[in-house]
Write a protein that binds this ligand. Sequence first.
Ligand SMILES: Nc1ncnc2c1ncn2[C@@H]1O[C@H](COP(=O)(O)OP(=O)(O)O)[C@@H](O)[C@H]1O
Ligand SMILES: [Mg+2]
Length: 338
Amino acid sequence: MSEAPSIKVTQLTKVFGKRTVVDHLDLEVHPGELYALLGDNGAGKTTTINMLTTLLKPTSGRFSIAGFDGISNPEKAKSKFAVVSQEVALYQELTAFENLMFVSRLYGLPKEGARERIEQHLSQWDLLARRNDYIGDFSGGMQRKLSIAGALLRSPRVLFLDEPTVGLDPGSRQHIWEILTGLKHEGVTIFLTTHYLEEAELLADRVGIIVRGKLIAEGTIDDLRGRLNHMKSICVRMARRPTAEELDSSLSRLRNFAFGEVSYDELRNIFSIALSNERHLSETLRAVTDWIETEHIPITGVSTSEPSLEEIYLALSHETVPLPKTEPAPAVPVSKEK
Ligand SMILES: Nc1ncnc2c1ncn2[C@@H]1O[C@H](COP(=O)(O)OP(=O)(O)O)[C@@H](O)[C@H]1O
Ligand SMILES: [Mg+2]
């Protein structure tokens, strides 16, 4: 990577009283990357964002934003990012337009073209028709969108968002996700916190999992999945119950050719192969299709199931707890039609 990291964090620590709430955090976010810091309530996400946005002084450690040291050069660092905090920071007694105009002045943005710029932002968030309404009457989703619009007015290169979609309706969440994805494609570096696994999985290039102030795992969703090879499986749903003889021959055939642990779930009438290694997925799928075709196995579907981020998260954050059993993903029908 030739460019300097947009965010670089070294051994960042915050102690409140005797409690270490953020514990020697190390991370880097590259230009144009969307990084999600994922953790339960109380994990230390807001404390981390508050330190990185210079609202809270770290107990120890360092960080820089766009190459500017956040502790020795906070003003420069501050000029490079915008932040959307968890609590909506808007004036309820002002209209949507007035709120953004206030933000525009606060940032010292040029007066020239301010009106047009604000209208353009309102329009992007489907709020133009509500421009003259007091935001005290807005839904939570609309208020959050307006907060993000405010942060984006100054076209930041780095955007911090603390739980941007918490408590919002599905439509607003979807809209925020779309706009964040668009910003990422424009090259904006985004650092967001979330406790929604789905959100991290959907948006993030990389995810860091924070548990009690410590980063316990980091990587792309695929990297994290790769650490849990055994959690991927192939399931074959039978159209009818196999006879004892069919069951025996199927199990022995699959055990010979498939790479993984083969079992038959009597209750659900499913053969499943827990892959011993994700790399063996295609070979094993081939072995399964061969078995189905040559032995005329009556099936209703074949599916592969991947661990969800939730399972990955649980498995990594409680290493000693056994991995939860996966319900297979919706079946992908395989060559049933004649
Ligand atoms: N100003 C503070 N003084 C003492 N403890 C705090 C303070 N701010 C946060 N904490 C504690 O630090 C922990 C992490 O909080 P926070 O960073 O808000 O977590 P998250 O955003 O992940 O839910 C919590 O246990 C919280 O009670
Ligand atoms: Mg928080």
